[in-house]
Design a protein around this ligand. Structure first.
Ligand SMILES: [Zn+2]
Length: 96
C-alpha cells in the first residue's frame, strides 16, 4: 500500500513547512506571535528563499523598520541587515 498523504508538503530542517510559514508571516509582522513562533518563522525564512520572495522582502523590511523605530524590538542582526540595506541605497543615490 502506498500512502500519499504527505505528498506536496515541503518541510524544512526547522520543522516549519512553507504554507505554515507563509500563513504566519503576517502574524509575525503584526507582532502577534510569541518569541518561540517568531523564531520558527524567522528560521524558516532564513533557509527558504522561495518563501522570502513569496511574501515580498521589501514590504517586510518596511514593516520591520517602522516597528524597530517605534519600539526597538527588532533583533540586532535584523536591524544590522536593514541598516546596511538602507545605507547601500543612500550610497547608490549619493553616487549619482
Ligand atoms: Zn518555505
Amino acid at each position: 500500500m502506498i500512502d500519499e498523504t504527505g505528498e506536496g508538503v515541503q518541510r524544512s530542517a526547522s520543522g516549519t513547512d512553507c504554507s505554515e510559514a507563509l500563513l504566519r508571516v503576517y502574524e509575525y509582522l503584526d507582532g502577534e506571535l510569541g518569541p518561540d513562533e517568531c523564531a520558527k518563522i524567522q528560521a524558516h525564512l532564513d533557509e527558504c528563499g522561495p518563501c522570502l520572495k513569496e511574501y515580498d522582502l521589501d514590504t517586510t523590511l518596511k514593516a520591520l523598520v517602522k516597528r524597530s523605530c517605534e519600539c526597538e524590538q527588532a533583533p540586532d542582526a535584523l536591524r544590522t541587515t536593514i541598516m546596511s540595506r538602507i545605507s547601500m541605497t543612500v550610497i547608490q543615490v549619493d553616487g549619482f
